[in-house]
Design a protein around this ligand. Structure first.
Ligand code: HEM
Length: 194
């Protein structure tokens, strides 16, 4: 049976850039397309956000769309929960895919993501060092389709760079028309095992 961590129930989260939140924003870089405004802090919450924040992005966790039973088992065998005390580095990477992606059939998208690009296989190599949570935004009419969130320890920063570099060279990334990388830090004492 796959780990329950990979069979997420829908839960709405907000990422809000302003003066509140446990994460300090280190950098905001446009990888493809327009960037987002910089701010001192990022709040990652399922509750109320600061109405005065510079920007807020929303997305919900959901069931897997493309992952097979054996892939879920592989992912579930290397649990990497959010909120680990050692994970004082994070990245929020909002991503929008092109219309050319969204007109494809589900099986063709799975073929590009998993077979041609090896996204799930590559990603699995980085567990449990890199914890991840995928949020869906497209169905909310948000500016991005996905809000991808990663947490890791400072000693795994290079590993994370390697992971994003590898994924960005895959065929899947030809369909990415907007991507922003926001890097964050927090104090170890603020981290709580969730
Ligand atoms: C720990 C490393 C990673 C693992 C284990 C991983 C695993 C996965 C899996 C299993 C899915 C498919 C979910 C489904 O079946 O619906 C997925 C989707 C996705 N991942 Fe990753 N991933 C990793 C790293 C990354 C990184 C670094 C990025 C961004 C730079 C990223 C961006 C995405 C996006 C945007 C999707 C949604 C794709 C779509 O539905 O079109 N992932 N990931």
């Amino acid at each position: 049976m796959p780990s329950p961590a990979y069979v997420s129930l829908p839960q709405l989260f907000s990422f809000s850039a302003g003066v509140r939140g446990e994460w300090s924003i280190v950098s905001v870089n446009a990888v493809t397309g327009d960037s987002l405004a910089a701010a001192p802090r990022l709040e990652f919450t399922s509750g109320e956000v600061d109405p005065g924040a510079n920007w807020t992005l929303r997305g919900f966790t959901s069931n897997a769309r493309y992952t097979t039973r054996s892939e879920l088992a592989t992912l579930g065998a290397k649990p990497a929960p959010l909120g680990r005390a050692s994970a004082t580095r994070a990245a929020l990477i909002p991503i929008a895919k092109s219309a050319a992606w969204w007109v494809l059939a589900q099986d063709t998208r799975r073929e590009i993501l998993a077979s041609a690009s090896q996204h799930i296989a590559i990603g699995s190599e980085y567990l449990p060092a890199i914890a991840r949570q995928l949020h869906h935004s497209r169905d909310l009419g948000e500016p991005f389709d996905f809000l991808t969130w990663f947490e890791f320890a400072p000693e795994h920063e290079q590993l994370f760079e390697q992971l994003v570099t590898r994924l960005r060279t895959t065929p899947e990334w030809r369909y990415v028309e907007r991507e922003v990388e926001i890097r964050l830090v927090r104090d170890r004492r603020q981290a709580t095992d969730r």
